[in-house]
Design a protein around this ligand. Structure first.
Ligand SMILES: NC(=O)c1ccc[n+]([C@@H]2O[C@H](COP(=O)([O-])OP(=O)(O)OC[C@H]3O[C@@H](n4cnc5c(N)ncnc54)[C@H](O)[C@@H]3O)[C@@H](O)[C@H]2O)c1
Length: 390
């Protein structure tokens, strides 16, 4: 089924992501049915979206009339009866395989045979969710980033049973919403949540070894690397419970590859309830009158930190390319538009010089004797051939 402005959109789950997806679709003139079984969640979503649109009007980003129209296009419903009219349904409920499968079986019984079905899952496989469907060929992953209305990137993830035409139709729709779409294979973490792991993992490892503290590492990544946020600020913002769960899931899904090994330090924070900003304390203290330590602005130390984290990120990006998870262009685009990296990692590697990147990884591997630091075969091959990623 080709999709256009007159396509009616269904959204399952009125939480953070579902409300955001509904807002985007309604802004692009679609009638939207936003379903949640919990009335208080529907109320919260409606109040939240009303507030967001009101602020847009106050900032003169839209007229009152436009804001009202967007809101009037979103129908907050506690049943899925109207999904029979939908051309596409996005699912954004809790990250639990069985709950998602149950919900999709119910929705499939309600929608037409041509309706596209999409999941916003961050960590479950598209294939595993699709097993609940009678027609898995019309199902795919459409992975938005938080906050969905603001973040440009959307990862498109066909499952092994997804029809090409379904993928093309879905991608055209999301592109028409002004998003930047990238195509990713149905593998753990897709592009962003896989390639970004060392940003957190290597930073945590540096702390554990006592090389530097969190403030210094954040300073080095921002000041010397040009990242908008340091790893510890970002983990505090995401929430250590969420960030740790993603790392653990990716680690398990990769059959315990040491590259993705979770950190005890982060686990202890989660156990102690130090979840970051939302709980008032994580690596930083957000409570009133709290004093946070200043970074050690030693340039040489900062460069050691930046280079170590950066080569690990580049190695991961190279692996995503090596394993055909996505094209070099899409991997770089995903990291710059999905998590605001200052530069695409593969382009950055070309600029640094692949030999330099490889030598640093080899030095780390020699020093630690750990498989975690093994250089990716594609990087080794490119250095041998004296070629580059671009
Ligand atoms: N929050 C993020 O940063 C982010 C980013 C990308 C993808 N995701 C993914 O999006 C999905 C939703 O995440 P979120 O952060 O919006 O979660 P959330 O907790 O804000 O919202 C989840 C919603 O699901 C509803 N729900 C719970 N059980 C349900 C059921 N059985 N049937 C229907 N609805 C049910 C809840 O009432 C709630 O409104 C998850 O799969 C998550 O992995 C989250």
């Amino acid at each position: 089924m080709s999709l256009n402005q007159s396509t009616i959109v269904g959204v399952i789950g009125a939480g953070t992501m579902g409300s955001g997806i509904a807002q985007i679709a309604a802004t692009h003139k679609h009638q939207v049915y936003l379903f949640d079984p919990f009335p208080e969640q529907l109320k919260k979503s409606e109040e939240g979206l009303t507030g967001i649109l009101q602020r847009q009007v106050q900032k003169e980003r839209m007229t009152q009339n436009e804001g009202d129209e967007i809101l009037s296009r979103i129908h907050f419903v506690n049943h899925i009866n109207d999904f029979s009219k939908c051309g596409i349904v996005f699912e954004a409920i809790i990250e639990d395989l069985q709950t998602k499968k149950d919900q999709f079986s119910r929705v499939e019984a309600m929608v037409s045979k041509d309706t596209l079905l999409a999941t916003n899952t961050s960590s479950l496989s598209i294939a595993s969710i699709s097993s609940a469907l009678k027609r898995p060929n019309r199902f795919l992953g459409i992975h938005f980033f938080n906050p969905a209305p603001l973040m440009k990137l959307v990862e498109m993830i066909p499952g092994i049973l997804t029809d090409d035409q379904i993928l093309n139709n879905a991608r055209s729709l999301i592109d028409s919403w002004g998003k930047t779409t990238v195509l990713a294979k149905d593998t753990p973490g897709f592009i962003v949540n896989r390639v970004a792991r060392p940003f957190y993992g290597e930073a945590l490892r540096i702390i554990e070894e006592g090389i530097a503290d969190h403030a210094t590492i954040d300073w080095a990544m921002k000041e010397l690397g040009g990242f908008k946020m340091g790893p510890f600020e970002l983990m505090d913002l995401i929430g250590h419970d969420v960030n740790y769960a993603v790392t653990e899931s990716v680690f398990k899904e990769f059959y315990f590859d040491p590259r993705f090994k979770p950190s005890f330090t982060q686990k202890r924070l989660v156990e102690a309830g130090m979840l970051g900003k939302k709980s008032g304390i994580g690596f930083y203290d957000y409570r009133e009158n709290a004093k946070n330590r200043a970074p050690d602005r030693d340039h040489d130390l900062g460069m050691v930190i930046l280079n170590r984290i950066l080569v690990m990120l580049i190695n991961e990006a190279a692996d995503a390319l090596f394993m055909n998870i996505a094209t070099a262009k899409d991997i770089d685009l995903a990291m710059t538009s999905g998590v605001n990296y200052p530069k695409g990692l593969l382009l950055w590697a070309d600029e640094i010089g692949l030999q330099k990147v490889l030598t640093q990884l080899e030095n780390l591997q020699k020093l630690y004797g750990e498989d975690r630091y093994r250089p990716n075969p594609l990087l080794i091959k490119k250095v041998k051939e004296k070629s580059t990623f671009y």
